[in-house]
Design a protein around this ligand. Structure first.
Ligand code: ATP
Ligand code: MG
Length: 415
């Protein structure tokens, strides 16, 4: 037997309604925020992610699904959504339309990671991208979209942590201070952090190793070194969040994994799904579009990991609406009845109703059992006497009540 590749997961027919529900809520939130869907390819030129995600990130260093296609081009399955959207934005001249350009996506993403709870090699993200506005209102709006999405899914126990990692100018000054603090401890730090020290010291704050965490606990904080512009921006983001009634904590250790972030960064974190507790991550990345060859364009967005979200909903008992069965099951006793059942099912569906009929040659009793199992709302028996009389009774399965129906009224009744 051939099994699915490690780190991938099938969504089975009995579970897909949960995914559809989450996606429906995501699309409704997007609509309520005037975000339009953007669909970009599942694979891109590897170069896009080297530049758009950054070559000091875990994603680029260790996690990409990169291969040569038959034309000897280096291709990568997208490990995240933002780089592709930014490329499409530039390539299609979207900046010529009214600003800000507000987009969302629901995508599969691919990262070669060690599979564990909440960490897969193929996973899914709902993300939003707002391009063209430097205003803190855009940051706050993006955050409030994530908050509303989680709230509509009934998720109560989740924390929003925010931070600012400044801009090129103030971060350079801070990096120097941070390195000064970390240098004497370098010997006690993990190999990855020792590497990060020169390339991107800020990311050391993100390390999950206990030893490193102890050291960074006393490190200087970026928010104490923000330039006037970044400090004012961060202050205003907080004021907007408060004005909108979104609760948050400031966590000076959030830096986000990707290189292109500037100013605001944020995460929604849960304690109910184990070590991989970050359900949503986002922030501002004003340098990205320019890095990819576009005109300087402020940008802000987030991505929610849908597997982690689902895990959280299941672990905390968030309600899913029931997966509805067909509106009616037409049961039959013989071949003539089955043909009639089939024709009624066709007519009901033609009018927009949902209907089912027997295709397994089951006995009448077994058909009732099956109709119950699949959650049919009504069952109609088309036996000899019904056919002779041209009418039948529809049984409402929830309470057993009966409605008498003439054959000609059937399609309309169940439509
Ligand atoms: P982590 O710190 O958990 O590795 P990350 O910083 O790499 O997360 P992002 O690149 O910000 O994650 O992706 C946004 C969201 O996508 C994460 O918060 C998480 O919910 C989800 N995610 C990231 N990687 C995976 C994965 N391998 N499997 C499942 N979900 C993932
Ligand atoms: Mg990661």
């Amino acid at each position: 037997m051939i099994s699915a590749p490690k780190g991938t997961k099938d969504v089975l027919p009995q579970d897909s309604y949960k995914w559809q529900y989450i996606e429906d809520v995501a699309r409704k939130v997007a609509k309520d925020f005037n975000l339009k869907e953007i669909r970009t390819p599942v694979f891109e030129h590897t170069e896009l992610f080297l530049r758009g995600v950054g070559d000091t990130t875990d994603i680029v260093n260790k996690e990409m699904y990169t291969f040569k296609d038959k034309g000897d081009r280096s291709i990568t399955l997208k490990p995240e959504g933002t780089a592709g959207v930014a490329r499409a934005y530039i390539e299609n001249g979207l900046s010529n339309g009214p600003l800000p350009v507000k987009m969302y996506y629901i995508i599969p993403a691919f990262r070669y990671e060690r599979p564990q709870a909440g960490r897969l090699r193929e996973f899914h993200q709902f993300g939003i991208e707002v391009y063209g506005s430097p205003s803190p209102l855009a940051d706050a709006e993006v955050i409030s979209a994530a908050a509303l999405f989680l709230d509509r899914l009934g998720i109560k126990k989740i924390k929003l942590n925010i931070n600012s990692i400044g801009c090129k100018t103030c971060r350079a000054e801070y990096n120097a201070k941070l390195k000064e603090y970390l240098r004497p401890h370098l010997g006690e730090m993990c190999a990855t952090c020792r590497e990060r020290f020169d390339k991107n010291p800020l990311r050391i704050l993100d390390c999950k190793e206990e030893g490193c965490k102890k050291i960074t606990a006393g490190a200087p904080r970026m928010i104490d070194y923000l330039c006037d512009d970044c400090a004012a921006h961060f202050h205003e983001v907080q004021a907007c969040l408060k004005a909108g009634g979104t609760e948050f904590n400031i966590d000076s250790n959030i830096v986000r994994g990707l290189d292109y972030y500037t100013k605001t960064v944020f995460e929604f974190v849960s304690e109910d799904i184990g070590a991989q507790g970050t359900v949503c991550g986002g922030g501002r990345y004003d340098g990205l579009i320019e890095e990819l060859g576009g005109n300087p364009t402020p940008a802000v967005g987030f991505a929610v990991g849908l597997e982690r979200l689902l895990l959280l909903m299941e672990n905390t008992g968030s309600p899913f609406p029931a997966d509805g069965g067909p509106g009616v099951f037409f049961a039959a006793m013989d071949d003539e009845g089955r043909r009639l059942a089939f024709s009624f099912a066709v007519k009901v569906r033609a009018l927009g109703g949902s209907a089912e009929c027997d295709k397994m040659g089951r006995s009448l009793k077994a058909q009732f059992k099956y109709a119950d199992k699949i959650g049919a709302k009504y069952v109609v028996v088309l036996g000899e006497s019904e056919i002779a009389a041209g009418k039948c009774s529809a049984k409402l399965m929830s309470d057993g009540s009966i409605t008498e129906l003439k054959f000609e009224d059937i399609p309309q009744f169940f439509a």
